[in-house]
Write a protein that binds this ligand. Structure first.
Ligand SMILES: C[S@@+](CC[C@H](N)C(=O)[O-])C[C@H]1O[C@@H](n2cnc3c(N)ncnc32)[C@H](O)[C@@H]1O
Length: 451
C-alpha cells in the first residue's frame, strides 16, 4: 500500500469524525474534502465509497465491533471510527485485501496515537479477519434485527413497520444501503433527450431514457459531470422521483405559477422548462442565500420566466393577491427520510419530534398558501420523505379544514405506468419508496380548488 492509500484512509477518518461526531452534513463535508485535497478521480471515488459505506453502516459496524471488544475498555472516538472504516473495507470492498486494510489501520494508529493503540487496533482487526462477521440471524427481535442489519435506528424501523408493514420496511432499509445511479434532466429548450443521449454515448458515457419523465436520462456508466454538455448546461442533475413532481403539475405554457419553497431550484427550473419558459414562475425560499441559488440555476439554464425572492411561505399573502395562481407547488421542508442513500446522516440525526415539528410547519404553509390559488387551479404538495405524519396525514387534516379543496382524481390517472401500483399510495397521494423505482422516496399529491 502506498502513502496515497494511507492518505485516503486518513482523510476518510477525518471526514467521518466531522460527520459522525460533530454533526456535519455528509455530502457537504465530502465535497469540501474532495475540493481541498484535489484527489484523482479514482482516489476520490474510493474516498467517497469508504466514507459513505462506513457511515451508511455505522450501527451494523458498532454491533460487529462489540463482538471483538472488551466492553469495559474506553476507546477514543478516532480509534472507533478507524476500526469502523477498516471493518467496512474488510466486509464490503473486495478489491482491497484484508491484510492491506489492517496494515494501513495500524500505521494510522501509530501515527495518531502510540504503539499500544496500534497493537489494540491490530488485535481487533486480526480477530475480525479470523472469525468473520455474523449475518445477524441470531437476533430474535425483528425490529432489532432489521435495525442492526441495515443500520437504521430502532424507532424508525418500528415506525415504518407500523405504517407500511414489515416486508416493505425491510426492503426499504436494505435498499437504503445500495448505490443509486445518477439521473439527469435534459434542458429541452437547448437540446432533445435523444440528441443528448447520442452525444453522451458517442463520448463513452452509457445512458438511457427514463420511463417516468420524458426529460429524464439514467446514467449507467461514466462521469457525466465532466462532459461538455454539463459545462454547457444542457442538463441538470435530478432524481427521477423529484422529476415526477413538475411532470404531475399539469402545467401549460403561459401560466402563472408559485413555487413556495423553491431552493435550490431543481423543480422551479423544471416547471419553467415544461412551460417552454413562457409565463411566470414566482420562486421563493425562506433563506435569501438559498433563493439566490434558484436565480443562479435559472440563469445557468438560460430560463427567463423565473422570478425569485426571499419569503416565508406562510406570509406570501403579503406579496400576492388571493386567487392569483394557476398552479402552486409546495415542495415542503421535511425530514428527508426518502433520501437516506445520498444523505445517510439523516437517519442518525432526526427524531420523532422533528417529524412532528415539521408536520406542523407543512400544515401552516399549506394553510397560508391555499388562498393564493385561483378557483379550478391545482396545488401540488410533495416531500422527499417516507412518513405518513408528514404526508398523508398533513393532506388529510388540510382537506378537513379546507372544504374548497379536494384531491384531484385526474392526478392518479396521470401517474406513469411504471409507478401505477406502488404499495405506499393512499387516497391522499402517491408514496414512492426507494425500492419501487430505484429513485428517492417521495410523496406527491395534487389538490384541486373547486370553489
Ligand atoms: C425540499 S426543499 C425544496 C427543494 C426544491 N423545491 C428543489 O426542487 O430544488 C425545501 C425548501 O424549503 C425552504 N423552506 C423552509 N421553510 C420555509 C418557509 N417557511 N417558507 C419558504 N421556504 C421554506 C428550505 O429552505 C428549503 O430550501
Amino acid at each position: 500500500m502506498t502513502t496515497a492509500n494511507n492518505n485516503i484512509r486518513e482523510i476518510a477518518l477525518d471526514i467521518l469524525l466531522r460527520i459522525g461526531d460533530q454533526g456535519g452534513y455528509s455530502h457537504l463535508v465530502i465535497d469540501q474534502a474532495l475540493n481541498k485535497h484535489q484527489l484523482e478521480t479514482r482516489d476520490g471515488a474510493l474516498l467517497t465509497e469508504i466514507v459513505y459505506g462506513t457511515l451508511q453502516r455505522k450501527m451494523t459496524l458498532a454491533y460487529d465491533l462489540d463482538r471483538f471488544i472488551n466492553k469495559k475498555k474506553k476507546m477514543n472516538q478516532w480509534v472507533k471510527w478507524l476500526l469502523y472504516l477498516s471493518m467496512y473495507q474488510m466486509k464490503h470492498l473486495d478489491k482491497v485485501p484484508d491484510h492491506a486494510v489492517i496494515h494501513v489501520a495500524v500505521e494510522i494508529a501509530k501515527k495518531r496515537g502510540h504503539k499500544g493503540i496500534a497493537s489494540f487496533v491490530n488485535g481487533i482487526l486480526r480477530a475480525a479477519q479470523r472469525e468473520g462477521f455474523t449475518d445477524y440471524s441470531e437476533i430474535d427481535n425483528e425490529v432489532k434485527r432489521i435495525s442492526v442489519k441495515t443500520s437504521h435506528p430502532e424507532w424508525l424501523v418500528e415506525r415504518w413497520i407500523e405504517q407500511y408493514g414489515l416486508k416493505v420496511t425491510e426492503k426499504m432499509c436494505e435498499t437504503n444501503l445500495l448505490h443509486k445511479q445518477m439521473t439527469v434532466r435534459v434542458q429541452p429548450l437547448k437540446t432533445t433527450r435523444s440528441q443528448l443521449i447520442e452525444q453522451l454515448e458517442a463520448d463513452g458515457i452509457k445512458a438511457r431514457a427514463s420511463d417516468v419523465s420524458d426529460q429524464g436520462i439514467i446514467i449507467e456508466k461514466g462521469n457525466v459531470l465532466k462532459h461538455e454538455s454539463f459545462t454547457n448546461s444542457m442538463f441538470t442533475v435530478q432524481d427521477e422521483s423529484s422529476m415526477l413532481v413538475a411532470e404531475l403539475m399539469d402545467l401549460d405554457s403561459g401560466m402563472t405559477v408559485l413555487d413556495a419553497c423553491s431552493a435550490p431550484g431543481g423543480k422551479t427550473t423544471h416547471i419553467a422548462e415544461k412551460m417552454q419558459d413562457n409565463g411566470t414562475v414566482y420562486a421563493y425560499d425562506l433563506h435569501g442565500k438559498k433563493a439566490k441559488l434558484v436565480a443562479d440555476k435559472a440563469k445557468s439554464l438560460a430560463l427567463t420566466s423565473i422570478q425569485t425572492g426571499q419569503a416565508d411561505a406562510r406570509k406570501l399573502q403579503e406579496k400576492h393577491q388571493p386567487s392569483t395562481f394557476d398552479r402552486i407547488l409546495i415542495d415542503a421542508p421535511c425530514t428527508g427520510l426518502g433520501v437516506l442513500r445520498s444523505k445517510p446522516d439523516i437517519k442518525y440525526n432526526k427524531s420523532e419530534d422533528d417529524i412532528t415539528q415539521l408536520s406542523h410547519i407543512q400544515h401552516e404553509i399549506l394553510d397560508h398558501v391555499a388562498p393564493l390559488l385561483r378557483v379550478n387551479g391545482k396545488l401540488t404538495y410533495s416531500t422527499c420523505t417516507v412518513d405518513k405524519e408528514e404526508n398523508d396525514y398533513v393532506i388529510k387534516s388540510f382537506l378537513q379544514q379546507h372544504p374548497e379543496y379536494q384531491v384531484d382524481q385526474e392526478f392518479f390517472n396521470e401517474i406513469p405506468e411504471a409507478l401505477q401500483n406502488t404499495s405506499g399510495s393512499s387516497e391522499y397521494g402517491m408514496q414512492i419508496f426507494p425500492q419501487d423505482f430505484n429513485s428517492d422516496g417521495f410523496f406527491i399529491t395534487r389538490l384541486l380548488r373547486n370553489s
